[in-house]
Design a protein around this ligand. Structure first.
Ligand code: G1P
Length: 291
């Protein structure tokens, strides 16, 4: 069965980003003029996935409004002849079919997946974390598309991975792997956020996943620890059965849920944007002479 659906867990509290996240959900933070969640929807559309479930917390009006039609605004742009702006507004959703799913309790990633059970309907699905932006050059297969290709070839669960420095090992799920072919590994062990002296390798799990059907049944068997159900527990069981692969994707990853990651994404994207590149280069030159 091919992957046709994706979920975006977007119910996190975003405490690292207070005070802005007091009223604005973290996936609505922007990289230039687009909220991260729209960039993630673009990643999916450019990978051929249109059926998207966004898992939200209680205060999700801002996200819902961003993807809702705004006829008053569109009429205004039409009557003012502002076609370029009108295109920008229409491109927010593109051809995506978006379903909002409520995660009633903040019980982690596994909780978000279980909340989406009805939407997923026992099919394989992709999951994209709401605070990571994966940039690929125009015309290249996006990160989630690369993972979907691996799933379609193998039928196994696929985790996105990249190598991180020792200082960053403890921020991520950590993988014990065996190479199958360049960039593709079989995962035989997983530890969630280990201390550096307990790492299995320098391969970290990044926020893009493709799961085979049947994952939810396994997740529902878990007993919560500290009120949270851990996706990693189930992934470890599946890895021990040889059901998990990891793929070293070809894309640039920005952790926009981290303050410096957010600054970096905005500067680097400004350097890629035709209308901003010259001014941004000039600013960087001026600043680097001062510091
Ligand atoms: C989650 C996962 C972790 C993964 C990370 C990627 O952690 O539990 O395995 O490495 O996302 O960003 P979180 O960042 O939600 O604490």
């Amino acid at each position: 069965m091919k992957v046709k659906k994706a979920i975006i867990p977007a119910a996190g509290l975003g405490t690292r980003f207070l005070p802005i996240t007091k009223a604005i959900p973290k996936p609505m933070l922007t990289v230039l003029n687009k909220p991260v969640i729209q960039l993630i929807v673009d990643e999916l559309l450019n990978s051929g996935i249109e059926d998207i479930g966004i898992v939200v917390g209680k205060d999700a009006e801002v996200i819902k409004n961003h993807f809702a039609e705004n006829l008053e605004l569109e009429d205004r742009l039409i009557s003012d002849g502002k076609t370029e702006l009108l295109e920008r507004v229409k491109a927010i959703k593109g051809s995506a079919k978006i379903t909002f799913i409520e995660q009633k309790v903040a019980n982690g990633l596994a909780g978000a997946i279980i909340a989406a059970e009805e939407f997923i309907n026992n099919e394989p699905f992709a999951m994209l974390l709401g605070d990571e932006f994966l940039y690929t050059e125009k015309g290249k297969r996006p990160c989630i598309g690369q993972l979907i290709d691996v799933f379609n070839e193998t039928g196994k669960n696929v985790l996105s991975t990249m190598e991180v420095d020792d200082v960053d090992v403890s921020k991520y799920g950590n993988l014990g792997v065996e190479e199958i072919k360049p960039n593709l590994h079989k995962v035989y062990d997983i530890v969630e956020k280990p201390k550096v002296n307990e790492k299995l390798s320098n391969y970290a799990i990044i926020g893009r996943y493709v799961f085979a059907s049947g994952l939810i049944e396994e997740l529902k068997k878990l007993t919560p620890r500290n009120n949270e159900i851990y996706l990693t527990d189930t992934l470890l069981d599946l890895a021990k059965k040889g059901e998990v692969l990891s793929y070293k994707f070809d894309a640039t990853r920005y952790d926009v849920g981290d303050l410096f990651g957010y600054v970096k994404a905005n500067i680097e994207l400004a350097l890629k944007e035709e209308s901003l590149v010259e001014d941004t280069k000039k600013l960087i030159k001026e600043l680097s002479e001062k510091i």
